[in-house]
Design a protein around this ligand. Structure first.
Ligand SMILES: C[S@@+](CC[C@H](N)C(=O)[O-])C[C@H]1O[C@@H](n2cnc3c(N)ncnc32)[C@H](O)[C@@H]1O
Length: 231
């Protein structure tokens, strides 16, 4: 059971903490680059202008894994700012290395449960685009409650997005894709802009990710959605 900063308890999380092996270079990147690009989790609301030193459209990516596709997107859009949220520390180390190699300064990272970050730290109405690529599918029925996408999460995303902001999702699990279609069909918070089902050859406004490639190697199809905030 986890105790959060505000004193109430949430028992079901969308991830299991894996310590994983941190390579020497990832550890060095964490030591050297976290002070520059890392943002500590806190209950205080973030001011993106203060964080990035400018006013620019903000994209948030949840569960960026090793961060390769996030860094690529940030490098391709220097006019936008990017905030990555991830709990897997070796992945954060990998992402910091990739960001340094790409020479970008429009990316910041928070190492904490994105559910808390969205509901407490990200300012309401401050996000232009939110990306959730290949979230853990939790395929067993008894684990479906761990899926990050649920009605409460949609509410939190809706609150963070600006008017007209977009929510981008991709998965390689058919059962999760069906669940996502149903969840949004029942929601009055988002309208569907575009939906694609493909073999990795038609990603929707994003780079290929590590877990997408893994899914394709297993013979999975890929589903991409772009939803727009209503209201
Ligand atoms: C299946 S992986 C996908 C990684 C990456 N997006 C990709 O496509 O390669 C899901 C990632 O989400 C992260 N994750 C799961 N729940 C999370 C949460 N509540 N907050 C932050 N990260 C989370 C996990 O640590 C994991 O790295």
């Amino acid at each position: 059971m986890t105790q959060d900063g505000q004193g109430f308890k949430r028992t079901v999380r969308s991830f299991v903490r894996r310590t994983g092996r941190i390579t020497e270079s990832q550890q060095r990147a964490l030591d050297e680059l976290w002070p520059l690009w890392g943002v500590e989790y806190s209950d205080a609301t973030l001011d993106p202008e203060q964080l990035f030193g400018r006013s620019a459209p903000l994209t948030v990516e949840i569960g960026f894994g090793n961060g390769d596709s996030l860094v690529q997107l940030a490098a391709e859009h220097p006019e936008h700012d990017f905030l990555g949220i991830e709990v897997h520390v070796p992945g954060i180390g990998h992402c910091l290395i990739a960001a340094r190699q790409a020479g970008i300064d429009n990316l910041r990272i928070i190492s904490h449960d994105a559910v808390d970050v969205l509901s407490r730290q990200v300012a309401p109405g401050s996000v232009s685009r939110l990306n959730l690529y290949f979230p853990d599918p939790w395929p067993k029925k008894r684990h479906h409650k761990r899926r990050i996408l649920n009605v409460e999460f949609l509410n939190a995303v809706h609150t963070c997005l600006k008017a007209g902001g977009t929510f981008h999702i991709a998965t390689d699990w058919q059962n999760y894709a069906e669940y996502i279609d149903e969840l949004f069909a029942e929601s009055e918070l988002f309208r569907l802009d575009e939906r694609r089902e493909h073999d990795g050859d038609e990603p929707l406004d994003r780079a290929a990710t590590k877990f997408e490639k893994r899914g394709l190697r297993r013979g999975h199809r890929i589903w991409d959605w772009r939803f727009e905030k209503i209201g």
